[in-house]
Design a binder for this molecule. Structure first.
Ligand SMILES: [Zn+2]
Length: 111
């Protein structure tokens, strides 16, 4: 993603003598509609998720505790981040692995 810019089409109108009498610009309609549909779908997709950053669906995270899904938190380590942190500040940071942990929450089926 990123770097998308709308394609603009400019049309020109000339008089009988070949002089420019009018010009107008508008977004190229087919591409614009495609992009709008994509952005709307993306917004709808994102709107389904809880804004807190847990990565779970809003409908699930805000459901009633009774009858709704249960959640369990787990952690793993991004070893690439750990290697980077180690290389950058091994000398002064006592507990590097804590900064490289990735927390996730998964929905427990049949909870
Ligand atoms: Zn959440």
């Amino acid at each position: 993603m990123g770097g998308w810019e709308p394609v603009t089409v400019t049309e020109y109108e000339y008089d009988d003598g070949g002089r420019l009498v009018r010009s107008w610009s508008q977004p190229e309609s087919e591409w614009d509609q495609q992009q709008q549909a994509w952005m709307a779908a993306w917004a709808q997709y994102k709107a389904e998720f809880c804004p807190c950053g847990c990565g779970q669906r809003w409908a699930d995270t805000t459901s009633h505790e009774e009858g709704g899904p249960q959640f369990v938190a787990e952690r793993t380590v991004c070893r690439a981040r750990l290697a980077l942190l180690e290389a950058q500040k091994a000398a002064e940071t006592p507990e590097l692995i804590g900064q490289a942990r990735l927390w996730t929450v998964r929905k427990v089926e049949g909870g």
